[in-house]
Design a protein around this ligand. Structure first.
Ligand code: FES
Length: 218
């Protein structure tokens, strides 16, 4: 939730945007998105505010994810996007043309642990891990297919995220595009790699003591 915005809790449908948009993730299949690995009962724990920093860790098996696919898990009552980025996407994330369109391309704002303050905002470049909560007013962004992506006008048409509430756009590392209502990159939760194909959300790698509630904007 932004410090300088007034939340509008319900839209014209009378539904909480966070709940409504998280529900919509379930139906995301047309773009090769694997929206699974979360249980319906978790939806009842969704609400405004940050993820519970004391939440039990959640392990994610990455082996079913093909390049370009995403799975969504729930950690601390919030959706967490885990996306596998292909070679084209990784090249685009390093594109100076895309960098120029980003508000914080170098992750200078404290929106991630130090071990994810890099061009791919993650531990392993191939896998992006970020909280699926828009830093404007807390809706759940949607994975945007190639053809409607932040990199479109730069020839780096590899997809990204679009927030359905007010149109904020993010690249596949969760970096916000300039001109979006959201001012900050999507938060990266604490996590560590247990193996090349398995990660645990909620734990830091050995030493670094990063807590999600320390970030600039959740
Ligand atoms: S909640 Fe407003 S753009 Fe995402």
């Amino acid at each position: 939730m932004t410090a300088d915005s007034t939340p509008d809790d319900d839209d014209a449908t009378g539904q909480d945007p966070v709940r409504r948009d998280f529900l919509s993730l379930v139906t995301l299949t047309a773009t090769g998105v694997a929206a699974g690995a979360f249980a319906w009962p978790f939806l009842d724990s969704l609400g405004r505010g940050g993820a519970d920093p004391q939440a039990a860790p959640v392990e994610v098996d990455l082996s079913p994810l093909a390049p370009g696919q995403q799975t969504v898990v729930v950690w601390g009552g919030k959706p967490v996007f885990v996306v596998r980025r292909d070679a084209q996407a990784l090249a685009a994330l390093q594109s100076p043309a895309l960098d120029r369109r980003l508000r914080d391309p170098d992750s200078t704002e404290h929106q991630q642990p130090a071990y994810a303050a890099n061009w791919h905002r993650s531990i392993a470049p191939e896998y992006g891990v970020m909280l699926g909560v828009c830093t404007h007013l807390g809706c759940v962004p949607r994975l945007s297919p190639a053809g409607d992506s932040p990199g479109k006008s730069n020839g780096g048409d590899v997809g990204g995220y679009v927030c359905p509430c007010h149109g904020s756009r993010f690249d596949l590392a969760g970096r916000v595009l300039s001109g979006s209502p959201a001012l900050y990159n999507l938060p990266v939760p604490p996590y560590r790699m247990l193996s090349p194909t398995r990660l645990r959300i909620g734990d830091n790698p050995q030493d670094p003591g990063f807590a999600l509630d320390s970030i600039r904007q959740l």
